[in-house]
Structure formats: C-alpha cells, structure tokens
Write a protein that binds this ligand. Structure first.
Ligand code: CTP
Ligand code: CA
Length: 225
C-alpha cells in the first residue's frame, strides 16, 4: 500500500489460493493434464493482495506470469500441490481454483514403447487426493472460509450444491465450462452456499476476482457465508 493509505479490508489475513492445472506424468515424455489456464485463480490471488492480504499462490504449470505482490509456489502434480498447500497453512481463507487432475498414473521410468503386437498400453489410474476437501475437513486450524470451484458442463447448480455438501466447504463458485471458458478472459459464475445461489453476469476474470474478494470480505464481516 502507499504510505499513509488506509489498510485494505484483508490486512492481517493470510489467503491461500490454488490455480492452474496439475500435470500427472505417464513416462518421462508424456503427461495427463487439462485445459485450465490459471487466469481465474491468478486474478483472485492478485485481487486478494490488492485487498491487503498476505497471499500464497500454489500454481500448477501455466503460461501466465506470477501475480504482483504474491508469494507463488510452482508445482506439477496434485500430490505436490497438496504438499505445498499443507506447508503454506495455516490460512484465514482458502480458495481452491486449481483444476486438480482427478487421476494420476504410476509413472514408467522409461518411455513407454509401442508393442510389436500393436496392442495399446493400459494406463492404471489412481484417484488423487482431494485438496479442497482435505482443507475444508481439517479440525483445528481450518481456515475460517474455504472456497471451491466447480467446473461443470451440465446441471451446474445441482452439481455445485452436491460438491458444497460432500467436500464441506463454505462456498462453491460454479461455472459452465461447456461455453469456451478455458483460456478465455471472461467467466459466468454462480455463487452457491448453504443458504442460496447468487448468479453474476458474464464478467472479465479480473472483475470476477475483484467481486469475489469483496464478497469474501462481506461474509467474513458477517461471521460466515
Ligand atoms: N479439487 C481439489 N482436489 C482434487 C479435485 C478437485 O482440490 N483432487 C477442488 C478443485 O480445486 C475445485 C473443486 O475441488 O475447487 C471442485 O473440482 P471439480 O473438478 O469440479 O470436482 P470433483 O470433486 O473433482 O468432481 P468431478 O470432476 O467428478 O466433477
Ligand atoms: Ca475434478
């Protein structure tokens, strides 16, 4: 902040954000991943820093720059993301904007070769830890506010309500990823809590981030979501 400026609404708070995809190796040359650009999560981290928070961002592999004024930790896999999140706790607010790969492969030390028989290899998938659920379900030391995202291609609100309950978080920011959201600069989101749904018009991802930080400040001031 500028000298003499009023402290931001998040002054004294630690905000922990995950962003981007994770990348799960198959062999030294190949990986499983997804289309997340990191734009929304990085914008949220930047907005929280502008609000005066101390911000830690745990980012998967993205092509965009580290946000200004944010301590950024770079990881590849979901397991590394979980370890970096646990190392960064405690936090007052956790925002899980990363598109964590749901499955990983036991990676092969050598590049997998095509077989003479022509039979394709079988990838044995194992489920990754759910970072958001782990944070939301911590006992002592749980952040006061735990926010998740839900990327859906249909029945957006029903799936978001189910995730809110299953994971035990306080707020789900749901978006329809069927409609060219990945990599885009705008986003149309619905804020789903136990008490209702608030839908926002299509906005730039920076504007979604600024409004989300303002919403979080209001709900903390009101004592929860
Ligand atoms: N998430 C996470 N760790 C995982 C999977 C998801 O932390 N292993 C978080 C995401 O960061 C997001 C939220 O959980 O905040 C919802 O992610 P999403 O992929 O929509 O939900 P899933 O529970 O993985 O369900 P599905 O992909 O089957 O819809
Ligand atoms: Ca998922």
């Amino acid at each position: 902040p500028l000298p003499g400026a009023a402290p931001g609404p998040l002054a004294g708070r630690h905000v922990l954000v995950t962003s981007g995809p994770t990348r799960e190796p198959i062999d030294p040359a190949r990986f499983l991943s997804n289309r997340s650009s990191g734009k929304q999560g990085h914008a949220i981290a930047a907005a929280a820093a502008r609000g005066g928070a101390r911000v830690t961002l745990v980012s998967g592999p993205v092509e965009i720059a580290d946000p200004q004024g944010v301590a950024t930790r770079h990881v590849e896999t979901a397991q590394q993301m979980l370890a970096a999140v646990e190392a960064a706790l405690p936090a007052d607010i956790f925002i899980g904007a990363a598109a964590v790969a749901d499955w990983r492969v036991e990676p092969s030390a050598d590049k997998i070769k095509k077989s003479a028989s022509g039979a394709p290899p079988t990838l044995a998938l194992r489920e990754n830890p759910d970072i958001l659920a782990r944070v939301a379900q911590r006992g002592a030391g749980r952040p006061a506010l735990v926010v998740g995202f839900a990327a859906e291609t249909r029945d957006v609100l029903a799936h978001a309500q189910e995730k809110l309950a299953r994971k035990g978080c306080d707020l789900i920011v749901a978006n329809d990823v069927g409609a060219g959201v990945f990599g885009a600069d705008s986003n149309e989101v619905h804020l789903v809590t136990r008490t209702g749904v608030q839908s926002w018009p299509r906005l730039g991802k920076d504007e979604v981030a600024a409004r989300l930080v303002a919403y979080i400040c209001e709900s903390l001031a009101a004592g929860g979501t």
